[in-house]
Design a protein around this ligand. Structure first.
Ligand code: MG
Length: 212
C-alpha cells in the first residue's frame, strides 16, 4: 500500500500545482488589492519546484513521509520569504504526521491536514481571525477531525473539509488584516478576501480531487 500512497501524494502535489497555475493571476490580483500582487507567482514557483523535485523520487522505495519532506524542502528553496517558510513548516509537520504510515486512510488524512494547519499556525504565530491562510486551514482541519469522528466516507469527508475552507476564506472579506504585509494597510484590507486563504482553498480543492 505504501507505493500506492506515495503515488497518490505525488499526484496530489501535481494537481495542486496545476490548480495554482490556473488560479495564479486571480491570486495575484487578490494580493494586489492589499499587498504586493505576487501571491499567485509565489505559490506557482513553490509548487512547480515541489512537482519537479517529486519527479525525481524513487516511488518504489519512498515512504509517504518522504514525499512531504521533499515537498517542504523544495517549497522553501523556491520561496524564501513569506509563504515559503509557512508551507515548508506545514509540509514538514505533515511528514511527521505521516511517519510510519503506509496508507492514506481518513485518519491519516485528517492528521495530515491538521499538521499542515498547526504547522502554519506555529510558524506564523497567528490564529483564526487574523485574515490569513489560517482562516481557511484551521476550519478545514476542524472539519476533517469532525468528519472522522462522525465516520464520514471519503467523498463526504472531503466535501466538508473543502466547504469549511471556503467558508473560512469568504469570512476574511469582513476581517481587518492583523498579520503579514496586508496588516500595514489595515482598514484597506476590509472587503477583500485574503489571498493566502483563497490559495489555501485552491490547494484543498486540488487535494480533494485526488484523494477523495
Ligand atoms: Mg504578496
Amino acid at each position: 500500500m505504501s507505493e500506492n500512497a506515495v503515488r497518490r501524494l505525488i499526484a496530489m502535489f501535481e494537481a495542486i500545482s496545476a490548480a495554482v497555475e490556473t488560479e495564479k493571476d486571480h491570486l495575484s490580483e487578490l494580493d494586489g488589492a492589499i499587498g504586493d500582487a505576487d501571491h499567485g507567482t509565489t505559490m506557482s514557483l513553490g509548487f512547480l519546484a515541489v512537482k519537479a523535485e517529486l519527479a525525481k523520487i524513487d516511488v518504489d522505495r519512498a515512504q509517504p513521509a518522504d514525499v512531504m519532506a521533499t515537498a517542504a524542502g523544495a517549497f522553501l528553496n523556491a520561496v524564501g520569504a513569506s509563504t515559503g517558510p509557512l508551507y515548508a513548516t506545514a509540509f514538514r509537520r505533515a511528514a511527521q504526521a505521516l511517519a510510519g504510515a503506509n496508507d492514506l486512510d481518513l485518519g491519516t488524512t485528517a492528521a495530515m491536514i491538521d499538521a499542515i494547519g498547526s504547522g502554519i499556525r506555529e510558524r506564523g504565530k497567528g490564529q483564526r481571525g487574523d485574515k490569513t491562510m489560517l482562516d481557511a486551514w484551521l476550519p478545514a482541519a476542524d472539519a476533517a477531525g469532525a468528519a472522522l469522528t462522525d465516520n464520514k466516507a471519503s467523498t463526504e469527508f472531503w466535501s466538508e473539509v473543502v466547504a469549511a475552507a471556503e467558508a473560512g476564506a469568504n469570512a476574511t472579506r469582513s476581517m481587518v488584516a492583523a498579520k503579514g504585509r496586508a496588516a500595514r494597510v489595515r482598514e484597506r484590507s476590509l472587503g477583500h478576501v485574503d489571498p493566502g486563504a483563497a490559495s489555501a482553498v485552491v490547494v484543498l480543492r486540488a487535494m480533494a480531487s485526488v484523494l477523495s
